[in-house]
Design a protein around this ligand. Structure first.
Ligand SMILES: CC(C)(COP(=O)([O-])OP(=O)([O-])OC[C@H]1O[C@@H](n2cnc3c(N)ncnc32)[C@H](O)[C@@H]1OP(=O)([O-])[O-])[C@@H](O)C(=O)NCCC(=O)NCCSC(=O)C[C@@](C)(O)CC(=O)[O-]
Length: 301
């Protein structure tokens, strides 16, 4: 399959990235991060999460974040909503698009959202109904698509079943998450080939954590499978609170460098993106997880 000419980057740093930080992060710093990402040209930014603050304390201020950001027309600012309560809170905060999240592994589903896969899909039905009534688009996530921290291997057909359920219930696109980053390029191709029998390819996104250093290779493998939407996290922020040892998402800067090198258009400015990552890393006092950003810094020193 020929490589696509355009890719949409879904920036998940303010949500997937920051949700795993142990130290408190002020609303102003979160708002600044989202504004910097907007300035870098990202068209889709996951800016927060309306989940139980007991489960993920770092996302507790999401309503304030949505109140503080400067929204650029044409940019989607989205949030996670695991149930109707979260959806209603997101609507009150003026969220434009929400995401529901399921897993391909029963154990991870229990650890992450305290219910089975089937129960989670049932919980999403009222969210989907309310979203339809209010004209809100819903994105779907499937976690553990290339491995589970509790169960190990996950067969592609199990992922396909959950992805199909999410698509059939009205999710406009389904993002497949390699939560623990164990996937390799061959398995990634096999995964998309299998899932694309159930959900159209142009409705699938890749969401790769870089724990084993395979994320860029997996993105290239996905491009060869015709996938044109990728989730990434500025400065490689993050991890997953329910997958011990999982490192952050693949760094947005590194994905952009790959795509730029392939001549694939994204509309994102690399230098501004690097600046956004450097700023939030300075706030957090952590090393920048983007190799591109680190290389640029060395060249400038
Ligand atoms: C789903 C629940 C709520 C079930 O949690 P539960 O305890 O089973 O739910 P519950 O309905 O019994 O409610 C318990 C308490 O939570 C409250 N509650 C209930 N719902 C909400 C809500 N929406 N917002 C705020 N509060 C809420 C509810 O009001 C109650 O409060 P209490 O009476 O004890 O004071 C919980 O398990 C939860 O919030 N989990 C969140 C897990 C999470 O955010 N994980 C990270 C995101 S997923 C991810 O990172 C993976 C992804 C997407 O990036 C892809 C990948 O890489 O794999």
């Amino acid at each position: 399959m020929a490589l696509p000419r355009h890719v949409r980057l879904v920036e998940v740093g303010p949500r997937d990235g920051l949700q795993n930080e142990q130290q408190p992060i002020g609303v102003a710093d979160k708002v600044r991060l989202v504004d910097d990402l907007t300035a870098a040209g990202l068209e889709y930014i996951e800016a927060g999460s309306f989940v139980s603050p007991k489960w993920v304390p770092q996302m507790a201020g999401s309503a304030e974040v949505f109140a503080g950001i400067r929204r650029r027309p044409g940019v989607t600012y989205a949030a996670l909503t695991p149930n109707l309560k979260g959806f209603e809170a997101a609507m009150a905060a003026g969220v434009q698009e929400v995401a529901v999240f399921a897993a391909a592994s029963e154990s991870f589903s229990q650890k992450n959202i305290n219910c089975s896969i089937a129960e989670s899909l049932d919980r999403f039905v009222p969210v989907m109904d309310a979203a339809r009534e209010q004209g809100i688009r819903v994105r779907g996530y499937v976690s553990c698509v290339l491995g589970c921290p509790y169960e190990g291997e996950v067969a592609p057909h199990r992922v396909a079943t959950v992805a199909r359920e999410l698509f059939d219930m009205g999710c406009h696109e389904v993002s497949l998450g390699d939560t623990i980053g164990t996937g390799t390029a061959g398995k990634t191709r096999q995964l998309f080939e299998t899932v694309a029998r159930e959900v159209p390819r142009d409705k699938l996104a890749g969401h790769f954590h870089d724990t084993y250093g395979q994320a860029l290779a997996n993105i290239y493998a996905s491009l060869l499978e015709g996938i044109q939407i990728f989730d990434s996290s500025v400065a490689g922020l993050g991890g997953c609170p329910y997958a011990r040892g999982a490192s952050g998402n693949v760094a947005s800067e590194d994905v952009l460098y790959l795509l730029n090198g392939l001549g694939i258009h994204t509309g994102v400015d690399l230098e501004r993106l690097i600046a956004a990552g450097e700023r939030i890393c300075a706030v957090l006092g952590r090393e920048n997880g983007s190799r591109v950003a680190r290389a640029r810094r060395c060249q400038q020193d």
